[in-house]
Design a protein around this ligand. Structure first.
Ligand SMILES: CC(C)(COP(=O)(O)OP(=O)(O)OC[C@H]1O[C@@H](n2cnc3c(N)ncnc32)[C@H](O)[C@@H]1OP(=O)(O)O)[C@@H](O)C(=O)NCCC(=O)NCCSC(=O)c1cc(O)c2ccccc2c1O
Length: 260
């Protein structure tokens, strides 16, 4: 299986899926999402793999969400908005193996959503988590909002989305967004250790547990499908375009004129 935007390797029974676009801070385009889905399915149904790690190449970012250089209201791939986003989220949830997010830098926007959806999150003391949508004319209308509230609680999830602040690795652990935060140099060893520990557990018990955890929020996938259609309409507005333009021009967006 050939990949361009990601790397795929198996280390002692653990599949490492690494977004390999460090010059774009590992932001994803349509092709990246497609490759991630294929890699997740490959690892998920390879009997020699017991756990999956989702990571970003380089030092600076796990993933900073949608690639803004490809975003002018239409991304380059399939799906309602040119990004198969619900499909990618569903793939992480559907693979019958635990997926660990390894966060060594920015997990921002859609990148933070990916980390949130993974079964476990292990981060370093250089990790930075946060949402940016209402600051740049976007919003995740599915798991990124509703599921986040299940993970960190309603008040915190609303704070994260409405204010678009940034949070350290230690703060992420304190709010339940990450499992553990370790010194940067110790991150890969820690991630591999957790993953190998998972490989020792009964795969069937893990697969049943994962499906059972998912069951509680399964309806959110339907909401996400509807939400993407709403997001498409929002992307076609001047209000959203103002956010995207401001980000590109490195200035503050002027949203007040669109107040309803
Ligand atoms: C991540 C940052 C906070 C880092 O800030 P910092 O000041 O440290 O670094 P720079 O800003 O100078 O960035 C360096 C370099 O990287 C480029 N870059 C960073 N992020 C992206 C990106 N997402 N896309 C493209 N390029 C990126 C940046 O432009 C710089 O390049 P230079 O050439 O200028 O050197 C900060 O960079 C930041 O805030 N980045 C943008 C974060 C962002 O807006 N992300 C997208 C949010 S929208 C989204 O994620 C999303 C999610 C979904 O679920 C969707 C679903 C369906 C459709 C669309 C979706 C969607 O768009």
């Amino acid at each position: 299986m050939q990949f361009e935007d990601i790397l795929y390797e198996v280390r002692n029974g653990v599949a490492w899926i690494i977004i390999n676009r460090p010059d774009k801070m590992n932001a994803f385009r349509g092709q990246t999402c497609d490759e991630l889905i294929r890699a997740l399915n490959r690892a998920g149904y390879d009997r020699s793999v017991g756990a999956i790690v989702l990571a970003g190449a380089g030092e600076r970012a796990f993933c900073t969400g949608g690639d803004q250089s490809a975003h002018d209201g239409n991304y380059d791939g399939r799906g309602t908005i040119g990004l198969p986003m619900e499909e990618l989220h569903t793939a992480i949830r559907d693979v019958p193996k635990p997926v660990i997010a390894r966060v060594q830098g920015y997990a921002i926007g859609g990148g933070n959503v990916l980390a949130t959806i993974c079964d476990l999150t292990i981060c370093s003391d250089k990790a930075v988590f946060g949402q940016v949508g209402p600051k740049m004319g976007s919003v995740d209308p599915g798991y990124g909002t509703a599921f986040l509230a299940r993970v960190v609680g309603e008040k915190k999830a609303r704070e994260i989305w409405y204010l678009c602040r940034r949070y350290s690795g230690q703060e992420a652990v304190a709010m339940g967004l990450a499992n553990v935060c370790v010194p940067h140099e110790a991150l890969d060893g820690e991630v591999q250790r957790w993953a190998e520990e998972l490989c020792e557990r009964s795969p069937t018990a893990l697969a049943i547990a994962k499906r059972s955890f998912n069951m509680d929020t399964a309806h959110q996938s339907g909401i996400a499908g509807m939400g993407m259609l709403a997001l498409k309409l929002y992307y076609d507005t001047e209000e959203s375009r103002e956010g995207v333009a401001a980000l590109k021009e490195k200035r503050k967006p002027e949203f007040r004129r669109y107040a309803k």
